[in-house]
Design a protein around this ligand. Structure first.
Ligand SMILES: Cc1ncc(COP(=O)(O)O)c(C=O)c1O
Length: 419
């Protein structure tokens, strides 16, 4: 009798990881030791154990709200009063007045009847899409090909008929809608600002198609919330389309600078997700102090418009400097600046030189975040970057891209300081 050869789990996993490394797609995490006082500057320990300083150019803390004194104080104050964790799911002792107040603030901001908190926009996307998909019989889901991993995960997790439309391609979307027979229910899922390309969706036209074909609409405003529109509610506010979209998804972790995610929609829709969504029901709720800090941050974003003005001024300054110095970037109407660098290896090497020789932290964006061949450096400026930071980045990139590559950091800093 032969003994079945046993499966070597460790060997299998190691092989898969080696393959990732060979393809240049293995992920290395830099320890970004953040300082509330000095953001976007931080320190890290290099491979020789030496402490180095760098400037963060890839944080999604767009407005620097995570370092705002009033947000920090609110979080500390409520943590002292209410304790750290909530200690329960929303249904079992995990709902406080801080949760209710934040949901009311979010609903009002997005001009919706109600909002529902999650522990992240990722979880909000997965849970909401799966809850709708699994419970609405015959629902056909139409999804933009560039949608975020959480949206893909959400729709992959239900057995519904799925149709993927080419990025921002209205003609393709209409072709797919028109081909769905009968009176089948439909859901169009898309983002307002696409995080990896910085493109903005033609929301008005998508809304028109949704109305024509009687489809529900779901928008991920994760990179729009806190930034666009009169009060910072997002692209929908900017385009005056808030009442035209059925479900809005947002995050509390990027422009708002705290943690968590949410959806905002009609009372019935929210009640449905609240009642049937496993990823909402069976998880501990956000800590009360987190909710209070997020509420404070939103209030500040709404009132102190100067924060958003400085942010968008910085985006303009950065692009102006890039143009002046012949640094290539892909034009778009958003705040996300994409510097294309073909090849995962090239991209990683450029990021390494920038970090170690120039003190500039930019994360290379590789497969699977973007398709192979579309590798890039995704540059995020925040409201906290100063003119000297912009000069430093433009100068360093120019030197690397257009020759004379100085790797001597003191020499570089002296030149930048003299600018
Ligand atoms: C477009 C988009 N949707 C959703 C998410 C998930 O957001 P969160 O970090 O709040 O889970 C991200 C985050 O990176 C994102 O870029």
């Amino acid at each position: 009798m032969s003994i079945q050869q046993s499966f070597n789990y460790s060997h299998f996993l190691t092989q898969k990881l080696e393959q990732l490394k060979t393809e240049g797609n293995y992920r290395y995490f830099l320890e970004v030791n953040k300082s509330a006082r000095h953001f976007p500057a931080f320190y890290f320990t290099d491979t020789n154990g030496k402490q180095q300083h760098a400037v963060n150019w890839c944080s999604n803390d767009y407005l620097g709200m995570s370092t705002h004194e009033e947000v920090i104080s609110k979080m500390g104050f409520v943590a002292h009063n209410s304790g750290t964790g909530s200690g329960g799911t929303r249904n079992i002792s995990g709902t406080t007045n801080y949760h209710k107040i934040l949901e009311a603030v979010l609903a009002k901001w997005h001009k919706k009847e109600t909002a529902l908190l999650f522990n992240g926009a990722y979880q909000a996307n997965v849970t909401t899409l799966q809850t709708l998909g699994k419970n609405i019989p015959g629902l056909v889901i139409l999804s933009d090909e560039k949608n975020h991993a959480s949206i893909i995960e959400g729709i992959r997790g239900c057995k519904n008929d799925k149709k993927i439309f080419r990025h921002n391609d209205l003609q393709h979307l209409e072709e797919l809608l028109a081909a769905i027979e009968g009176n089948k229910p439909k859901l169009i899922v898309f983002e307002s600002v696409y995080s990896m390309s910085g493109t903005i969706a033609p929301v008005k036209e998508i809304v028109a198609l949704a109305k024509k074909y009687n489809a529900l609409t779901y928008i991920d405003e994760v990179h729009g919330v806190g930034l666009y529109g009169n009060t910072g509610a997002g692209i929908l506010e900017q385009e005056n389309l808030q009442s035209d979209i059925d479900i809005v998804n947002g995050t509390l972790s990027k422009a708002i600078g705290v943690f968590g995610g949410y959806i905002a929609a009609s009372n019935t829709l929210i009640d449905f997700v609240r009642s049937f969504g496993s990823g909402f029901i069976f998880t501990t709720s956000l800590p009360p102090a987190v909710c209070a800090a997020a509420t404070k941050s939103i209030q500040l974003i709404q009132e102190e418009t100067i924060i958003r003005t400085s942010f968008f001024n910085n985006v303009l300054q950065l692009r102006q400097q890039f143009s002046n110095n012949n640094i290539p970037f892909i034009p778009n109407n958003s705040h996300i600046t994409i510097l294309p660098v073909k090849g995962a290896d090239e991209c990683r090497k450029l990021a390494n030189v920038l970090l170690l020789a120039h003190g500039i932290y930019l994360q290379p964006i590789n497969f699977p975040t973007v398709p192979s061949g579309e590798e890039c450096l995704r540059i995020i400026i925040t409201a906290k970057h100063l003119p000297k930071h912009i000069n430093h980045l433009a100068y360093s990139l120019k030197k690397i891209i257009h020759g004379n590559n100085p790797t001597n950091r003191q020499e570089l800093e002296a030149v930048v300081a003299a600018d």
